[in-house]
Design a binder for this molecule. Sequence first.
Ligand code: ZN
Length: 133
Amino acid sequence: MNKIEHIGIAVENLDSANQLFKKLLGKENYKIETVESEGVKTSFFQVGESKIELLEATNENSAITKYIKKRGEGVHHLAFNVEDIEKEIIRLKKEGFTIINENYKKGADNKLVCFLHPKSTNGVLVELCQERR
Ligand code: ZN
């Protein structure tokens, strides 16, 4: 892992959260993308070498719907950049971490992604992401 790729933040309303983060960061988001398979609409802001990913649920079964019901809006996950997601999955499994989806999948922003269960990472949902080449 070589940097924090992004921080994911669960929001109830993407439009108003976008307005707020534009004011907070002093810049425009560079992308809005819906990932239908995950039930999320995302908005990305570049901050230095990392990003902020705002996540709004697009349906009732979305992980974001469940998260907000349980905990309210806020930091949802930390995403680390990896060079080789398959290698990292094997390494982390060996180290005893619980991988939610061992078959990594296509995520937002042109990435291959996989998640580690927060039970095995001090309560933090961790995402690994690799740039798709
Ligand atoms: Zn993410």
